[in-house]
Design a protein around this ligand. Structure first.
Ligand SMILES: [Zn+2]
Length: 310
């Protein structure tokens, strides 16, 4: 696959083996060479310079007060001997007006800033945002209802009463460009902006293979039977913690029967229509922006359709 996906450009070493080394963690959390990424209510701290937007890393002394107040801290990883953490800064009431982050950048909505970040920064943002969001929403034990506490540098929560382990979740989603004789099946949900169509997609259910999830979703949403399924690429999607698994499927026929509760419309688009939409020059078809794997799948489909046609 010759395209670059947002949130997939990981550069940090996740150092799994150091997550339970309490001495190493405690030394690194105070080491002045260590960097913390504050995330406030899902929004990362962002700084700007003449090269553009960057994650707003801060030094340990800045966030000591947050650590003392038991904010969630996640070990993101290491790079060139330095450690990188994310910290939940949500407890700060007005981070731009008062507190330790004043003057250090701006908290910006993750989805809107992601296209402006380097691939490495976007990957770190995906990891930090998904992890902190999971901690934020899992203060209690799903088994007994008592409180849980963060452990293993953020990669586990343990119940303080029954001892049950709880692990951060990733929710796999299949997303597919479906081909039939060099036309691509795209759909739109109620409430989409006018003329916006995208790839069919859906969560993989427990006990289901990736291939079967593609076939089930295509059948449920559009009544289209898919035979061959081929993997193309995947993308972490930290809203809050999906893993988008991008595929190309072959339909056995072009008959469409829309499901009752899914799509407002689904249609087959030919390559010329899709190419014009990619170029932003199709008045009757818009596709998602480059940040989304759907955009890259549609592009990949158009490339392949071009090769098989010519
Ligand atoms: Zn429990």
């Amino acid at each position: 696959v010759d395209f670059e996906l947002a949130f997939s450009g990981a550069v940090l070493d996740r150092v799994d083996h150091l997550r339970t080394d309490h001495e190493w963690l405690s030394l690194r959390m105070q080491d002045p060479s260590t960097s913390f990424l504050p995330v406030w209510r899902g929004k990362p701290l962002i700084t700007f310079d003449d090269k553009g937007a960057h994650l707003g890393w801060v030094e340990p002394s800045r966030i000591a007060g947050l650590v003392a107040k038991d904010a969630s801290v996640i070990l993101l990883g290491t790079w060139q001997e330095r450690a990188y953490f994310a910290i939940d800064a949500t407890s700060i009431e007005q981070p731009r007006q008062r507190g330790p982050l004043v003057g250090r950048g701006k908290m910006i909505d993750a989805r809107s800033i992601a296209p402006d970040l380097s691939p490495g920064d976007a990957a770190v943002l995906a990891q930090a945002r998904s992890m902190l969001q999971w901690h934020h929403t899992h203060p209690f034990c799903a088994r007994c209802g008592e409180s849980t506490r963060l452990t293993v540098a953020g990669y586990k929560r343990v119940c303080t009463s029954c001892g049950a382990d709880h692990f951060p979740r990733t929710d796999p989603v299949v997303i597919m460009a479906i081909n039939h004789r060099n036309r691509c099946l795209l759909g739109r949900k109620p409430g989409f902006p006018p003329t916006l169509y995208t790839c069919l997609a859906g969560f993989i259910e427990p006990g289901e293979s990736i291939e079967n999830a593609v076939r089930r979703e295509a059948l449920e949403e559009a009544g289209v039977e898919v035979t061959d399924v081929r993997y193309l690429a995947s993308q972490p999607w930290p809203f809050p913690s999906q893993l988008m698994i991008g595929l190309i499927g072959q339909a056995s026929s072009d008959a469409i029967h829309l499901g009752p509760n899914e799509l407002e419309d689904a249609r087959w688009f030919d390559r010329e229509e899709v190419l014009a939409a990619i170029a932003g020059q199709n008045a009757s078809l818009r596709i998602p922006p480059a940040l989304a794997i759907a955009h890259q799948l549609i592009r990949a489909w158009a490339d392949e359709a071009g090769q098989s046609a010519g």
